[in-house]
Design a protein around this ligand. Structure first.
Ligand code: CA
Length: 219
């Protein structure tokens, strides 16, 4: 899952980024509200973790601007300030969850997963293409009724392709779903994931579109 972390406290942001990456999230971190607005609208992540006390903009103002721009991104609000009034204001402005500082990073991870599941369930969670079945709420894959174990990025790649069966997705589009901005990506990383998926799911499922990208064979 791609996260946008909006947090101006550098040591906290570094610790959260590292912990979340270890849990398999692709984290993009920004310090300022203006950067966050830009990132959230131009290249939307799957979830935003938003600190309310930012140097250039109140986090609640950022939340309001995002919602009024039509963004329905799931947003989890962090704040060290007077908890109750911020919580009420944040939820009123359309935050999806709320975590007061200080918190244990494991709680943040659990809240992010729970929010992801809730939203996944809300938007019909099973994709079926021929023998292939993806349960996106549970991150489970079955082929002809048998469970298939996938690594996290293999799963993310398969999901990206399965959401648009038959359509060609470019390398850039796929890489942006698998990696955070600025994350070091080996030039053959995508090929390696595709290779593993073909080994696990059969050679015919993912088709190479030479010079462009990949597509999933529509059933
Ligand atoms: Ca802050």
């Amino acid at each position: 899952m791609r996260l946008l972390l909006v947090e101006d406290d550098a040591p906290l942001a570094a610790a959260l980024t590292q912990a979340l990456r270890e849990q398999g999230f692709a984290v993009n971190h920004v310090r300022h509200g203006a950067q966050a607005l830009h990132a959230a609208l131009d290249d939307p992540p799957e979830l935003v973790v938003l600190d309310l006390g930012l140097p250039d903009m109140d986090g609640l103002e950022l939340l309001r601007r995002l919602r009024s721009a039509g963004s329905r991104l799931p947003i989890l609000v962090l704040t060290a300030r007077d908890a109750l009034s911020d919580k009420v204001a944040g939820l009123d402005l359309g935050a999806d969850d709320y975590l007061p500082k200080p918190f244990d990073v494991r709680e943040l991870e659990a809240r992010i997963r729970a929010l992801g599941r809730r939203l996944g369930e809300a938007s019909s969670s099973v994709i079926t293409i021929g023998d292939l079945r993806l349960d996106t709420a549970r991150m489970q894959v079955h082929l002809a009724g048998r469970p298939v174990e996938l690594a996290r990025r293999e799963y993310m790649l398969l999901k990206a392709l399965a959401e648009h069966p038959g359509r060609v997705l470019t390398r850039e589009a796929l890489e942006s779903k698998l990696y955070a901005w600025g994350e070091e990506v080996a030039s053959n990383a995508l090929e390696v994931h595709v290779h593993h998926l073909r080994r696990k799911l059969g050679p015919e499922l993912i088709l190479t579109v030479r010079g462009v990208g990949y597509r999933l064979r529509a059933a």
